[in-house]
Design a protein around this ligand. Structure first.
Ligand code: SF4
Ligand code: SF4
Length: 413
């Protein structure tokens, strides 16, 4: 860990109002400033790595709202993630971690096969029966939460359906590589299908290499730095074999990770070039707002936007999604209060820290209710899962959509 990054904190406290866990607890140990101080003390040998310390640090969502607020460029979330990742990598992968991070996640075919029982569980009506009878109450709470987050799965993962090359509609303006995130393909396939259609409608030939693998974000989360590097190498080599103007993704979490491949592979030239080409879909669509506008049909809807942390804080993208929504004729855009505050999803945080996750989600839902929106738009699968469940339980009148789904709806694709 780079010690200089720790000592840059001048303890001004400007990050405190941005931190979701501090806003819920008002505890210094649950604040960015406190977390930086704890990690610094360990690095200086003044504090042991006790269970209590790790417990404090694990309350951090790694949402990086503190980085957006800090005048000194300190990124407490990233420092905590780096610290815990280094500790985990020192202790090596356990049996289950090895099984998930090495044997399952990097293999799209296995990942897809692993979802087949869930699809059968939903399609046979077993899910409805299990929920009605409350059978999951007999199992560990974590299992019940995971099951509750699962929305209706598509009949097939998108990776199995789409062609490797989708031609441009009309005159071809360029070629893009499409990075199809695992969760987008397995669960939110309609949104990624819409993304490809939009790019094609705007004149891009879209190449979606079928052998691409997970971006590596789960490996980073699990402290598996070797697995992360392997994922980066595979994707860099694969996309490097195609001449593309941009590498586009509609998954905020994947985009944030792909943009760090140059760093993960320690300045490797093809990896750095790969990262420089990565764009969130909103960035590419916003480039073509003038051509997009005549294709959009009116939508009489009140809409608001939730900024995914991986898009707003990690990639600094805030304006483009809003500009695109405001292009749709008839659409009434309402700004969401605390729009860039985390929704409490944060990878597996909503499973591992359910109590804090629920408190953060409640605050988000209260803001959505106050906005009066009929549709909530966002662009990250973790947020979609978390907010879909929250809305279904507390605000069923509000529909959630990915940005590209709403744009495709307006274009009547
Ligand atoms: S992390 Fe940044 S904003 Fe927070 S106390 Fe330190 S210097 Fe101030
Ligand atoms: S990453 Fe988020 S939860 Fe963690 S310290 Fe920063 S603002 Fe707080």
């Amino acid at each position: 860990m780079d010690y200089v990054k720790l000592i840059n904190c001048m303890r001004c406290g400007m990050c405190l109002p941005a931190c979701p866990t501090y806003k819920e607890t008002f505890l210094e140990t649950a604040s960015p400033r406190g977390r930086v101080a704890l990690v610094r003390k360990v690095q200086e040998g003044q504090l042991d790595q006790s269970e209590r310390l790790l417990e404090y640090l694990s309350l951090c969502l790694d949402c990086q709202a503190c980085a957006s607020a800090c005048p000194c460029g300190v990124n407490a979330g990233e420092l905590v993630a780096e610290f815990t990742c280094e500790r985990k990598s020192e202790s090596g992968l356990g049996f289950m971690e090895d099984l998930i991070l090495r044997k399952l996640v990097p293999h799209p075919d296995r990942l897809e096969a692993s979802m087949a029982p869930m699809r059968a569980y939903q399609r046979t009506g077993l899910q409805k029966l299990v929920r009605k009878l409350g059978i999951l109450k007999m199992f560990p709470k974590q299992l019940e939460r995971m099951e509750g987050l699962l929305p209706d799965l598509p009949a097939r993962p998108l990776r199995q359906e789409i062609r490797e090359v989708t031609p441009a509609v009309g005159t071809e303006r360029g070629t893009v590589g499409f990075f199809l995130g695992c969760v987008m393909s397995l669960i939110f396939s309609d949104a990624s299908r819409a993304t490809i259609q939009l790019l094609s409608a705007l004149g891009y030939k879209v190449i979606t290499p079928k052998n691409q693998v997970c971006c590596g974000a789960p490996n980073m989360l699990g402290g598996d730095l070797e697995g992360l590097k392997e994922a980066a190498r595979t994707n860099v080599d694969l996309f490097g074999g195609h001449e593309v103007d941009f590498i586009v993704t509609d998954c905020g979490g994947c985009g944030a990770e792909l943009k760090k491949y140059g760093h993960h592979l320690e300045g490797d030239v093809p990896a750095t070039e790969f990262s420089s080409k990565v764009r969130d879909i909103s960035q590419v669509l916003a480039l073509h707002a003038e051509e997009l506008f005549p294709l959009l049909k009116p939508l009489d809807l009140r809409v608001t936007y939730h900024d995914p942390c991986h898009i707003a804080h990690c990639q600094g993208i805030r304006k483009e999604p809003r500009d695109l929504l405001k292009l749709i004729p008839g659409l009434q855009y309402t700004e969401l209060n605390e729009a860039d505050a985390c929704c409490g999803s944060a990878g597996t945080y909503n499973i591992e820290r359910p109590e804090m996750s629920d408190r953060i989600l409640k605050r988000k839902l209260d803001n959505i209710r106050a906005s009066g929106a009929q549709v909530l738009v966002t662009s990250n699968p973790g947020c979609l899962l978390q907010l879909k469940k929250g809305l279904a339980e507390h605000l069923p009148q509000v529909r959630i959509m990915h940005l590209t789904e709403l744009l495709a709806m307006s274009m009547q694709l």
